[in-house]
Design a protein around this ligand. Sequence first.
Ligand SMILES: [Zn+2]
Length: 217
Amino acid sequence: MAGVSRSDSKVAEIKQDELPWGIVLPLEPTEKKLSEIVNQGKLVSDEIIISLLSKRLEAGEAKGESGFILDGFPRTIQQAEILEGVTDIDLVVNLKLQEDILIDKCLGRRICSQCGGNFNVASINVKGENGKRGISMAPLLPPPHCMSKLITRSDDTEAVVKQRLRIYNEKSQPVEEFYRSQGKLLEFDLPGGIPESWPKLLQVLNLDDEEKQSAAA
Ligand SMILES: [Zn+2]
């Protein structure tokens, strides 16, 4: 799920992992301490995440950014409620993929033990039947020199992935309801991988592919 606020083309994308780690901001000494806490795997409170987000948004506004996309945030109803007091969210996009495909994709994740690159070996080819659409998603294969060095994260097992999904669904349902009741939730069924999904998503959002346009001009 992603919270979107957008007024024109200068839109920044703010990743979930950018927030507690504070990659984009020069960190204050106290925040450095925070990032140490986060890196030690301790929980960061919503207030701290939101406070870092506020600073990031202020810094972005000062640089002339007039909108932003929050990737993977808010995740809980508590975060959504606090966010409400920080900024205005125009639209929330809920990207949906049927669960068995999602699990296959999660189980296909591989990391190169040498260069740290992220890849996905799962090749999804589900035929459309009983009114359901077929879905194809190409694997994201590594270059040949990484192929023999691929490893699977120890927690990418079917049991752990299913458990993560269960927790995600439990926490995201109230968030979906929160934005649905405000008329801000856009449900988007992914038609396939990124090449198939991206143009359709832009179409649904009524956004032109601005980069293509300016390249043609
Ligand atoms: Zn590699």
